[in-house]
Design a protein around this ligand. Structure first.
Ligand code: ATP
Ligand code: MG
Ligand code: MG
Ligand code: MG
Length: 475
């Protein structure tokens, strides 16, 4: 079954259970300043969960475009390193707005996985929120999953991979306890079941999260009960496709194989297992869909996240030998794979290619110099046995050569080196203060000698730099 077929079967299954099929919303959240990009299927229904908005249906199902490259859910650093994370992915979801709750949500999920998709039950593991006896009993007593494969997990804030069975969209908004379904890809892959010390491995892969939406978390962290208990679920299309296509990594599914081949073609790379090709296959989706949804590369906010992803992609292409704009040439391959499900992408193809090409050409003018500095420093560090990259140089790369900090860190990580971020921050702050002082001086000079208001533009862009740094720190 290819990805398109799996998407269709999911939606049809829930339509047969009385769910309205609703189109994906844009990656740019509509009037929601708490959110950088759409990061889950429930985003477009946030106000419905909160009771502010009403729809003509109480059950819905979607395949939602998501980007997790900033904000609360940020997987940018995982891409290329795990079998299961993308910056852009599709989340399949079914939703109940005060209609069904735990029992039906669990039994629908089980029916789809074991009867429609025909997954062997012994490969499925389940986690429930530690205090949720109701969900635990439904799984063990009604569905009949053996107790040794139903694991109770509490809040586990902090650790990047650690399971956490209390789902939150962001720091505020609808949230609740959840139950998650994992697939065991087999003992030839390293890793342990959720909650075990080896859970960071890629053997047991989370495929589906069922959230029991019960609260609205406010800015002070106080949980308010929602008007009606609801259900929000999310299953990664790429992850379930890997399971159903009998492969371990998402990058081995039909869709990604095509994109990896396109990346290899554009970079003349012969090694199809190169991690850089996976990164390119991932990033072309995020970048194309973001541009298609109206984001333009820039120095602030969403535009800066997009710029960072594009530049990372170019750096990986550069590593594989590309010396001129190549990335945009992967867009037609993406449209061939996904244009039918997302007609907007197809309609915007020419514009997406233009925007990417322009941004690429811009970065290709400085990447050569920047990479030379970076490589020379890394070689010197290697000779000296140093493992921390100088923050001042990282700042110079950022300031002069347009290397976002995360790009420099990405290169360093490949050599087992980390960047001195504190020194980077200090250099940024120092430059900002100097510019501010210079700005004041100029203003004073203008007032004194010319008596006219000044139009000093540098200040704005330096403020923007500060905002970008803050954004970077938010993750
Ligand atoms: P993980 O623990 O693997 O990072 P998650 O718990 O952060 O996943 P949820 O927020 O529960 O993910 O999202 C629901 C589902 O969306 C997941 O079960 C998974 O199938 C899918 N998913 C989440 N993040 C990604 C991603 N970065 N790339 C691909 N699929 C994802
Ligand atoms: Mg995650
Ligand atoms: Mg998880
Ligand atoms: Mg989860």
């Amino acid at each position: 079954m290819n990805t398109a077929e799996i998407r269709r079967q999911y939606l049809e299954f829930f339509a047969s259970k009385g769910h309205q099929i609703v189109a994906s919303s844009s990656l740019v959240p509509h009037e929601d300043p708490t959110l950088l990009f759409t990061n889950a299927g429930m985003n477009q229904f946030k106000d419905v969960f909160l009771g502010f908005d009403k729809r003509p249906y109480t059950r819905a199902t979607t395949a939602q475009k998501c980007v997790r490259a900033g904000g609360k859910h940020n997987d940018l650093e995982n891409v290329g390193y795990t079998a299961r994370h993308h910056t852009f992915f599709e989340m399949l979801g079914n939703f109940s707005f005060g209609d069904y709750f735990k029992r039906d949500a669990i039994s629908y999920a089980w029916e789809l996985l074991t009867q429609v998709f025909k997954l062997p039950t012994e490969k499925l593991w389940v986690t429930v929120y530690a205090e949720d006896d109701e969900a635990y009993d439904i799984w063990t007593k009604e569905v009949g999953v053996p107790a040794e494969r139903v694991i109770r997990i509490g809040d586990n804030k902090g650790a990047r991979y650690a399971s956490d069975n209390f789902w939150m969209m962001g720091d505020t908004g609808p949230c609740g306890p959840c139950t998650e379904i994992f697939y065991d890809h087999g003992e030839h892959i390293w890793g342990g079941p959720p909650g075990s010390p080896e859970e960071d491995g890629d053997r047991y892969i989370e495929i589906w999260n069922n959230v029991f939406m019960q609260y609205n978390r406010d800015e002070a962290g106080v949980m308010h009960k929602l008007p009606k208990p609801s259900v929000d679920t999310g299953m990664g299309l790429e992850r379930i496709s890997a399971v159903l296509q009998g492969v371990h990594s998402n990058y081995e599914i039909d869709l990604f194989q095509k994109l990896i081949a396109a990346a290899a073609r554009e970079t003349s790379d012969a090694d199809l297992d190169s991690p850089s090709l996976k990164v390119l296959a991932d990033h072309i989706r995020a970048c194309s869909f973001l541009v298609s949804d109206g984001v333009i590369p820039g120095n602030e906010g969403r535009g800066y996240v997009l710029r960072r992803i594009i530049r990372r992609a170019i750096r990986h292409g550069y590593k594989l030998g590309a010396r001129a704009a190549f990335f945009h040439k992967m867009v037609p391959d993406l449209v061939a794979e996904m244009g039918e499900a997302y007609p907007d992408l197809k309609a915007n193809q020419a514009r997406v290619m233009d925007v990417l090409k322009q941004e690429e050409e811009r970065f290709f003018t400085t990447i050569e110099h920047g990479m030379a500095i970076l490589e020379a420093d890394l070689a010197a560090m290697d000779a000296a046995g140093t493992k921390v990259f100088d923050g001042e140089t990282a700042f110079k790369l950022h300031d002069t050569y347009g290397f976002p900090l995360d790009l420099t860190a990405d290169v360093c990580r490949e050599r087992g080196v980390t960047v001195d971020e504190a020194a980077f921050d200090a250099a940024m702050t120092r430059q900002k203060e100097q510019a501010r002082a210079a700005g004041k001086f100029k203003m004073a000079a203008n007032l004194e000698y010319e008596g006219a208001p000044t139009t000093f533009h540098g200040y704005d862009s330096l403020e923007a730099k500060g905002a970008v740094l803050a954004l970077y720190k938010d993750g």
